[in-house]
Design a protein around this ligand. Structure first.
Ligand SMILES: [Zn+2]
Length: 314
C-alpha cells in the first residue's frame, strides 16, 4: 500500500514555477489541491522569483522537499556565471536540511507577519516587560531558538567569509561608503534613488544632512549569540546619524546605560527614527526596519522580501 501511495505521489508531485505568471498560465488542476505544492511554499518562493524550484512530498520524512537552483553571479570578481543548487525541507516554514528535521523546534519559521507599527512602550503590560527583558538577556540570546540560516547561507553563498566576499560589492549609499551583497545591490540603489527624489522635503533633508555612515556588510556574529548577523550576509544596513541629540537608537546600548529593567521603556519620542518616508521606501523594496522590534535597532534595515511581501528581484 505504501509503495502504491508513493508511486502516486511521485506521479503527482507538482513542479512549482517561481514566476507567478508561469504558475497561473498552467492548467488549474495542476494546483487544484493544496497538498501539492502548498500555497505557503509558493508564497515564500514568489518573493525570490529567480530561484527555480521543484517540490516533492517525501513520504519517509513526511514533509515537502524543495529542490532549488539559482544563478551564481560573482559580480565583484567577474567570474563566469554558473548555477548553484540545494535541497531543503519545508519543515513548517523553516527550510531545513534533512539532518536538522529532528531539531525543528530549535528554529523559528522564516515567514511571519511583519508588524510595521510602532508600539508605545507605555502600553506594555508587566508580563510583556518581563518577556522582553527575558528575550534580551544574555542567556536567552545564547540558547533560545533562532532564525534558521540554511536557506540564506545557500542563497547568499555565506558558508564562509572567503566565499561570501566574492559576492560583496563596494559601493556608496547616499554618499557614504558601504559594502552590499550583489543580490541586494539593485534594491539598495532603488532605495537611494527614491530617497534622493525627496531630498527637498524638510524631514528627509534633515535626515540626509545628519547622516554619518551607512554600513552594511560586516563579517560578525550577533551580540551574545553564536549566530551570524544579517550584516554577515551583506543584506542588512545600519544608517547612523552624526548627532543623536541624546536620543536612543539601539536597545543594547540603552541596556548598558539604563540597566536590565528600563531599556525597553524608553519612550518613542526619545528614540532616534529615520523619517517615515524613508522607512516606507525601504519597505517597498523588501527591507524591514529594526525600529519596530521590541528589541529595537532603529538604525537597522534588513532585506527580507518574504516579510514585506515584495517580489525579490526587480
Ligand atoms: Zn544592523
Amino acid at each position: 500500500m505504501k509503495k502504491f501511495l508513493s508511486l502516486i505521489l511521485i506521479f503527482l508531485a507538482s513542479k512549482c514555477f517561481s514566476q507567478l505568471s508561469s504558475a497561473s498560465s498552467l492548467p488549474q488542476q495542476a494546483f487544484s489541491s493544496h497538498s501539492f505544492c502548498p500555497a505557503e511554499i509558493k508564497a515564500f518562493m514568489r518573493c525570490y522569483p529567480d530561484i527555480d524550484y521543484t517540490t516533492t512530498f517525501d513520504l519517509e520524512q513526511n514533509d515537502w522537499k524543495i529542490d532549488m537552483t539559482a544563478d551564481l553571479f560573482f559580480e565583484r570578481t567577474k567570474k563566469p556565471k554558473g548555477k548553484k543548487s540545494a535541497s531543503l525541507y519545508w519543515a513548517g516554514g523553516r527550510l531545513l536540511p534533512k539532518e536538522e528535521l529532528a531539531n525543528k523546534e530549535n528554529y523559528w519559521v522564516l515567514q511571519y507577519k511583519y508588524e510595521n507599527k510602532l508600539r508605545d512602550p507605555k502600553s506594555y503590560t508587566k508580563e510583556e516587560i518581563e518577556q522582553i527583558k527575558q528575550f534580551g538577556s544574555a542567556e536567552n540570546r545564547r540558547n533560545a531558538p533562532g532564525t534558521p540560516m540554511f536557506f540564506f547561507d545557500w542563497l547568499y553563498s555565506a558558508q564562509s567569509r572567503v566565499i561570501i566576499e566574492d559576492h560583496i560589492i563596494k559601493t556608496t549609499f547616499l554618499g557614504r561608503p558601504t559594502r552590499i551583497h550583489e543580490r541586494v545591490y539593485d534594491k539598495l540603489k532603488i532605495v537611494e534613488k527614491k530617497i534622493l527624489e525627496k531630498k527637498n522635503e524638510p524631514e528627509v533633508k534633515a535626515f540626509l544632512s545628519n547622516l554619518k555612515s551607512a554600513d552594511a556588510y560586516h563579517w560578525r556574529e550577533i551580540v551574545q549569540t553564536s549566530r551570524k548577523s544579517f550584516h554577515a550576509y551583506g543584506i542588512a544596513i545600519d544608517i547612523l546619524p552624526k548627532r543623536l541629540n541624546r536620543k536612543a537608537i539601539y536597545w543594547s546600548w540603552e541596556k548598558d546605560k539604563l540597566g536590565e529593567d528600563r531599556w525597553m521603556l524608553v519612550p518613542l519620542e526619545k528614540r532616534w527614527m529615520p523619517p517615515k518616508e524613508v522607512i516606507k521606501i525601504f519597505e517597498n523594496e523588501g527591507f524591514i526596519w529594526g525600529g519596530y522590534w521590541a528589541i529595537y535597532d532603529n538604525m537597522h534595515f534588513e532585506y527580507h522580501p518574504e516579510l514585506t511581501g515584495q517580489s525579490g528581484q526587480s
